[in-house]
Ligand binder design. Structure first.
Ligand code: ZN
Length: 160
C-alpha cells in the first residue's frame, strides 16, 4: 500500500508543478498590485506613517505650543502642510515614488502644529492647499506665524 501512495503523490506533484510555475511569468504585474492594493492607485492612507510621529512631536513644541495658522488656540495636531492627498496624486501620475512621497509628506518641513477639533484650523484646511491668497482648492490661514508663512511660501509650484 505504501508504494501506491508514493506513486500517487509523485504523479500529483508532476501534474501540479507546471500550474504552480505559471504565475511567475508575470512577476511585475503581481508586484504592482501588491504594492498599491486592488484598485492599483495609491491613496492618502497608503502614505501615512513615515516619520510623522517625530515630526508632529517637534512641530507641537514650536510657537510655545500655539497653533501656527491662527495663533489663537493650542496646537494639538500635526498638519501636513502639503496635504497627503497631493502626494498620492503625484505618485499616481508617476512623478514621485511611493517611498519618496511617504518620506516627504511626513518629514518635519511638511508638518506644522495646528489647532484641531470642531472649527480647528486642521479641520478647516482639510485636504486644501494652504495659501496666502484665496483660490480654488486653497485655504488661507487666519493669522499665520512667520514660520507658517515661510512653509507656505516654499511649497513647490508644481504642488500649488
Ligand atoms: Zn488654529
Amino acid at each position: 500500500m505504501r508504494t501506491v501512495y508514493v506513486v500517487v503523490a509523485l504523479c500529483c506533484f508532476a501534474l501540479l508543478a507546471p500550474a504552480q510555475a505559471a504565475p511567475a511569468k508575470h512577476p511585475a504585474a503581481a508586484k504592482t498590485s501588491a504594492a498599491t492594493g486592488s484598485s492599483g492607485k495609491v491613496t492618502s492612507k497608503d502614505l501615512r506613517g513615515g516619520n510623522f510621529k517625530q515630526s508632529r512631536a517637534a512641530a507641537l513644541q514650536k510657537n510655545n505650543g500655539v497653533c501656527e495658522y491662527c495663533q489663537n488656540k493650542p496646537a494639538t495636531q500635526g498638519d501636513h502642510v502639503i496635504p497627503v492627498k497631493k502626494y498620492a496624486e503625484k505618485v499616481n501620475s508617476g512623478k514621485i515614488s511611493r517611498a519618496g512621497a511617504t518620506r516627504k509628506a511626513n518629514s518635519e518641513p511638511n508638518v506644522i502644529g495646528a489647532c484641531g477639533g470642531r472649527g480647528g484650523c486642521n479641520q478647516q484646511k482639510g485636504g486644501k492647499m494652504p495659501s496666502m491668497t484665496s483660490g480654488k482648492g486653497k485655504w488661507v490661514p487666519p493669522n499665520p506665524t512667520p514660520n507658517a508663512q515661510k512653509k507656505i511660501g516654499s511649497i513647490p509650484k508644481s504642488y500649488r
